[in-house]
Design a protein around this ligand. Sequence first.
Ligand code: DGJ
Length: 340
Amino acid sequence: MNTFQRFLLAVIFLSSFMGVVAKDIVNGEVWLDTSGNPINAHGGGILYHNGMYYWYGEYKKGETVLPDWATWECYRTDVTGVSCYSSPDMVNWAFEGIVLPAVPDDTDHDLHPSKVLERPKVVYNAKTKKFVMWAHVESADYSKAAAGVAVSDSPTGPFEYLGSFRPNNAMSRDQTIFVDDDGKAYQFASSENNQTLYINELTDDYLRPTGRYTRNFIDAAREAPAVFKHDGRYYMLSSGCTGWDPNKAELAVADSIMGDWTVIGDPSTGKDADKTFYAQSTYVQPVMGKNNLYIAMFDRWNKIDLENSRYVWLPISITDDKITIPWRESWNFDCINGED
Ligand code: DGJ
């Protein structure tokens, strides 16, 4: 070994010792936060604000149970709240705590442990300077089908719960929020017993629907919507509707956010693509500082041990206007570039 090789080896050894070697995203493994604890943020979404990424998700803690009365696989854990993690690089995540906690002392409250709290998403309202969270709130038997809204002055909470309702008097289950370049926000929600997807325009403060909405993917049973904008067009990634079990993903495109939407097809490629890599979409996050690079976030649910569900994050490949999501066992932000 010559002097240069020895020097290289020393640099590699020292930097890994100091924890500065960029970490790989290893799909399906346990992901640890900066304190060494498993990241617990399922069905989540990311907010980028002032140079930091904030990842919010379902804090699934404790035993997974199938209620005695269950007629379908409605496995659930007690509601414990919505967790938040922060990161400058989308790799190293610091736990910021439970930013919207459960309310154990009021059995009627939406956030009582006996209920269901899913798919929280947080957006920033530049006009009101508030952080606004929308989530799917449910009764234990999934009959409530409503949206809950909470606000905070800080991305790391605490969030104040404002209550729940059915947007435009329609059921609202799997959901996401998308803020367009003009500052207008929209809620995408599986409605009409998960058969039809509603796009609900929100008021300027993002707290309520304006009353303007469209029905999309009618009777197509789309769940787990995740929306992004690329090159002036809107894209929606979604799953089919098979409970906690994986199915085929679908990508759709629209020139106008409220539709009409056109189905492109299944963007997944590679191993287990027909089952979305045994995962389900939850969010698509653009990578700041990279050209047209978007990360598709998925949950790999473990329906009999929901706390032990895992994450699958994959860079979206955009080439010659063809959009695919190729399987990668593991990858590194340093090796991924967006489209030029
Ligand atoms: C599928 C949804 O995408 C999940 O968020 C959850 O509601 C499960 N169904 C419950 O079975």
